[in-house]
Design a protein around this ligand. Structure first.
Ligand SMILES: Cc1cc2nc3c(=O)[nH]c(=O)nc-3n(C[C@H](O)[C@H](O)[C@H](O)COP(=O)(O)OP(=O)(O)OC[C@H]3O[C@@H](n4cnc5c(N)ncnc54)[C@H](O)[C@@H]3O)c2cc1C
Length: 458
């Protein structure tokens, strides 16, 4: 067996690297095991936006917010099914996480103030200049490299081993050259995310998305859940996930939900609307997939396209020719190949209700300042599975629970490996829940695991 290191972390996404940074700060060197040659994970595929309440970036723009408001927003969306203790510590840790990454690790966060996501009572999304998860993970990796943190890349963890009292003793790994070995550890953090990349587990736990496009990292194969289940860990909220109802097809490029929140709407291939889009993009994935041909059209205007252009993905969609533009509704309907009568009917209904500041037949509140003006835009989209939200049940420091609720002595989980704060279904996912739990829980588990290592060494 390889020499025992004090702290092993499986997965170099946002959760794993935040954990390693926090452990280093506490005086413990972690070794991070990562499947890929360059760390990326689902973090790199995301827009990299993290919600945080009470940051100095919000205060500078006169926005009053608090962890209590963030908790309330998350629980409202999750139907009060988020584990209270975990949610509380995540919400309380978010503002300091953003400021810690900015001040100590050179991640230049700013408040996204040009639009809001559904369900957040105030502007609280924080992002990096490019609004990409690639920038987020690259900057995290650079921070780790600056501190000399070891990330073993092209190294796959294939299982963990524990002794009779369920103390984890180490991890079996396979390196890129095929060499298999066991590395010992005193403490283990599972930061290897969820099971979106394991079609068998998706079919088992989330049958409604079994045949959907998976838009997350393919290397997230549910290892934490599989190993945890074998060890007797408690699993929670396995049917929960982040979906997205706005992925340009056939281009497979994310179209920001800002196009809807700024006044756009969706119609199906028959030119008909089918629900209140502003409930959230996550549950909209299955709604879109239920429509004819499993597609919908996002309909918006050039002014909204200007807001959406802050996202590199939207620019890529424009370059790929996914965004149609037209001077009239008739031309737009023709380009979309939807029946003009039905489409025009929906259009006029929505636009008229906007002028009256009325609620539509699906319950969507419309606003007069969101009327669409020529030139008009549309993009064909489908629904996709972004990442799973179920996982290992944890306490407020990320310590993994056994089936009876007691804690394993030295096993932690963070990010997509742990049960999330999004309740039991796609509808419980509030924008940002993914990176919020990855980064904040990553940091908390790093601190707690380091404290455990230091206690055992004295
Ligand atoms: C398109 C898209 C957009 C999104 N946008 C947002 C957003 O704006 N805001 C938000 O909050 N969330 C967003 N999310 C969700 C967010 O990306 C995830 O919740 C978050 O990145 C999870 O972080 P993580 O560190 O747990 O997992 P990951 O970033 O996926 O990292 C896990 C790492 O573990 C590695 N790994 C897995 N198994 C093993 C193994 N056995 N051995 C070694 N390594 C292993 C993987 O290679 C990977 O690098 C989005 C997701 C997608 C797909």
């Amino acid at each position: 067996m390889g020499r025992a290191g004090p702290l092993l972390i499986v997965g170099a996404g946002a959760a794993g690297i935040c954990g390693a940074l926090a452990a280093k700060e506490a005086g413990v060197d972690a070794v991070v095991i990562e499947r890929d040659a360059v760390p990326g994970g689902s973090t790199a595929l995301s827009t990299g936006l993290i919600p945080a309440a009470g940051t100095r970036f919000q205060r500078a723009k006169g926005i009053a917010d608090s962890p209590e408001c963030l908790v309330a927003d998350i629980q409202r969306k999750a139907n009060d099914d988020a584990a209270p203790a975990v949610l509380e510590s995540v919400a309380r840790g978010a503002a300091s996480l953003i400021e810690w990454l900015t001040d100590y690790h050179a991640l230049p966060f700013e408040l996204v103030d040009s639009f809001n996501y559904p369900g957040h009572c105030v502007l609280r999304m924080h992002g990096l200049p490019s609004r990409t998860g690639r920038e987020l993970i690259d900057r995290l990796r650079h921070a780790a490299e600056r501190l000399g943190i070891v990330i073993l890349t092209e190294c796959v963890a294939e299982g963990l081993f524990a002794d009779r009292d369920e103390r984890v003793r180490g991890v079996e790994i396979v390196r890129g050259d095929g060499i298999r070995e066991r590395i010992g550890c005193e403490t283990l953090i599972l930061a290897c995310s969820g099971y979106g990349g394991n079609s068998e587990l998706v079919r088992r736990f989330i049958p409604e998305m079994a045949d959907a496009l998976y838009f997350g990292h393919p290397g997230n194969r549910g290892d934490a859940v599989v190993w945890g289940e074998a060890l007797g860990a408690k699993l929670a909220h396995l049917g929960a996930y982040q979906g997205h109802g706005s992925v340009a097809t056939p281009h497979n490029i994310l179209i920001t939900w800002a196009v809807i929140m700024q006044g756009g709407f969706q119609v199906n291939a028959r030119g008909r609307r089918f629900c209140d889009e502003t409930r959230g993009y996550s549950e909209q994935a299955a709604e879109v997939l239920r429509q004819p041909d499993g597609i919908a059209w996002d309909v918006f205007d050039a002014q909204i396209a200007g807001v959406a252009r802050q996202f590199e993905d939207f620019q890529a969609a424009e370059r790929a020719g996914a965004i149609l533009t037209a001077e009239t509704i008739g031309e737009l309907a023709a380009a979309m190949h939807v029946p003009l009568d039905d489409f025009a009917n929906e259009w006029h209904t929505v636009e008229t209700l906007k002028t009256r500041e009325a609620v539509d037949r699906f319950g969507r509140q419309l606003a007069p300042d969101q009327r669409l003006r020529a030139p008009f835009c549309a993009v064909k989209v489908t629904g996709a599975l972004f990442h799973t939200q179920g996982g290992l049940a944890i306490d407020n420091k990320g310590r993994v629970k056994r089936k009876d609720g007691t804690l394993f002595p030295n096993l932690f989980a963070a990010g997509g490996a742990a049960a999330g704060i999004s309740g039991t279904s796609a509808a419980g996912y509030l924008s940002g829940n993914g990176l919020l739990t990855a980064t904040v829980l990553g940091r908390l588990t790093g601190q707690a695991a380091a404290a455990l290592v230091l206690r055992r060494s004295t």
